[in-house]
Design a protein around this ligand. Sequence first.
Ligand code: ASP
Length: 301
Amino acid sequence: MKPSIIVHGGAWSIPDDLVDGHVRGCESAADAGFKELLAGASAMDAVVEAVATMEDDATFDAGVGSVLNQSGKVELDAIVMDGGNLRSGAVAALQRIRNPVRVARAVMDCTQYSMLAGEGALEFASSKGFEKCAEEDLLVGRELEDYREFIRTGVLRTREHFSGKGDTVGACAVDVEGHVACATSTGGIPRKLAGRVGDSPLVGCGAYANDEVGAASATGWGEQIMAVVLSKTALDIRSGLQDSCAACRNAVEHLNKRVGGLGGLIMVDREGAVGYHHNTPRMAFAFIEGTTGRKAAAISV
Ligand code: ASP
């Protein structure tokens, strides 16, 4: 099987001056994951590398560069899911860790559980050798400024936010063995209430993978994505014989029609065909499709 990978770097009205950073960040992530796949690594290894690359890139709302909550803290959510055995690992409201996606992977690999949250997740991460960083190590000026504005104005972000801002990252891959996997990581919504957990670390919502169909990762307004279990819904539509692009489009249309949601989706199916769709003004993505040799890194409008 020829491997494929697709990544996203959020779906919102990405301003012109941030376009290059998003395209380059997505391209580097897809390259990092694809390099793993070509070396014979698993789809799981590839999506973790791709997402960790974007967590290290301050352009995105994941790892370094994440948004602040109403208490001025960064709380991170991440998930990985393996399409072979349907195992997943996730962390929610995790503080002071640079690469939550790697902790999510450790939850899957080293525990009998699927999700750890808050202090317990941090204790687990430390027990597995993940270094606790300072809160400031995750902060960038852009997000501090947004937080200061929140303190000044008290304005919350809700649906309108996604015509405003949403830089969650995700990746889906199929490996040479034909296994699929996905990963999603986020700092969540700016100005969220402390302890708020979005769709991103929830199985079927922010991500889903099943070797019988493919893998999907979502971004957008979390509460609405949860309401329609967006990633699983998209894969259910794909298994109803629509291609990956049509499945993503129909799932996003369903999100909008059913709950007025805004967001974006990426998918790779078990044949290695990639798809994406969004109903936000823009979405950052990159893919390398092994079977066709197609490759792209762009902002979809
Ligand atoms: N879905 C994420 C959340 O609601 C945010 C995003 O995708 O930008 O936490």
